[in-house]
Design a protein around this ligand. Structure first.
Ligand code: PEP
Ligand code: MN
Length: 364
């Protein structure tokens, strides 16, 4: 799939750096759609205007979008401002209407990506159509489901594809509305290197005070753009009021944002990076050597347990390992969640090794 992806600068006129998409959560009224678009079009780095037309709401009495009527308003945006338009579609009927009203880009929302039936329905409607499709991550942290949705759209013949990282539902209390779980979009970028990944810091944070710093984090990681919700009077927005920022704040944010390049032509910088990487290479070699040594010790203890008929899994021992290692880690200023994850991985490999290798059942 990777090599067939067409990059946004090939289909968005004048796009040089990252792709910035902005606009209100919802298209509320014709005046709001047009006035917001005019204000946003003053920010030259924003090329695409977003607005929700069908809104997936948690409870039935909330504003659910203006539907087809809003598409008529949005149709006036490009001639009036030069901005392309982007709208969320959740089913084939939405897609058909977007095509009827010449929406430039459609995106699949987080609540739709979770459902392969809905994604396939949209993919079927896309056959023979040439329109860019952006795919938000599923609301649950499931990379395979995200990739699956991207594959369905790609198989429908769509080459103008991008992913949108909008955070994931998590049970723990957090400062975020949806946890960013950065390692998931990073894994996606590693799995499909040509895929542009755009961050949506508005839905991740759920609050306007954190949008700028989260947008900067995404840029620091090398993501390829941002989708930011912007409203002329955020507190009065009909949906997602707390996370929207004014076009003025948006202009400020984009003016201050630092964009990193994926690579540089500066020879001195490349030399220093190369040098720092050789240090990491040799540390990794050492680290793997130490892990191999640990596995040898595991083999010994596994055999010993077998000879003496002692159970492989020892809950008290695991608790002790986690406790002491977190202390070692603390002393070395290592993040305690990271140490816990690392030790749980090592422990689980040790259990697997003892169960499957040392205790390999023989067919007698
Ligand atoms: C939105 O972009 O307004 C939206 C509903 O997004 P998500 O699908 O990420 O919740
Ligand atoms: Mn929203």
């Amino acid at each position: 799939m990777s090599s067939s992806i067409i990059q946004p600068n090939k289909y968005i006129e004048g796009l040089k750096g990252p792709l910035f998409v902005a606009g209100p959560c919802s298209a509320e009224t014709e005046e709001q759609v047009m006035a917001t678009a005019r204000a946003i079009s003053q920010i030259k780095s924003v090329k695409v205007y977003r607005a929700g037309v069908w809104k997936p709401r948690t409870r039935p009495n909330a504003f659910e979008g203006n539907g087809e009527q809003a598409l008529k308003w949005l149709q006036q945006v490009k001639p009036a401002t030069g901005l392309l338009t982007a709208v969320e579609v959740a089913n084939a009927e939405h897609l058909e209407l977007c095509l009827k009203y010449n929406v430039d880009i459609v995106w699949i929302g987080a609540r739709t990506t979770v459902n392969p039936f809905s994604v396939q329905e949209i993919a079927d409607g896309l056959k023979g159509v040439d329109i860019p499709v952006f795919i938000k991550n599923p609301i649950n942290p499931d990379l395979k489901l995200w990739i699956g949705a991207i594959e369905r759209i790609s198989k429908a013949g769509i080459h103008k594809i991008a992913a949108i990282h909008r955070g994931f539902q998590a049970y723990e209390n957090s400062v975020y509305r949806y946890s960013p779980m950065w390692d998931i979009p990073i894994e996606l970028m590693a799995a499909i290197p040509d895929l542009p990944v755009i961050c949506d810091p508005s839905h991740i944070t759920g609050k306007r005070s954190m949008v700028a710093e989260t947008a900067q984090k995404a840029m620091n990681l090398g993501m390829h753009g941002l989708m930011i919700e912007s409203h002329l009077s955020p507190d009065d927005a009909w949906s997602d009021a707390a996370q929207q920022i004014t076009p003025q704040t948006l202009a400020e944010l984009l003016k201050n944002i630092k964009i990193r390049t994926q690579s540089t032509d500066d020879l001195a910088v490349n030399d220093e990076l190369k040098h720092l990487r050789t240090i990491i290479d040799s540390i990794d070699e050492e680290l793997l050597g130490v892990i191999a040594k640990r596995m040898k010790a595991i083999e010994k203890i596994g055999n010993y347990k077998r000879q003496h008929n002692v159970a492989i899994f020892q809950p008290d021992r695991l608790a002790e390992i986690l406790k002491t290692r977190k202390q070692f880690g603390d002393n070395l200023q290592l993040d305690s969640d990271f140490i816990e994850k690392l030790l749980l991985e090592l422990h689980s490999e040790s259990i697997r090794y003892q169960t499957e290798i040392v205790y390999k059942p023989t067919l007698e």
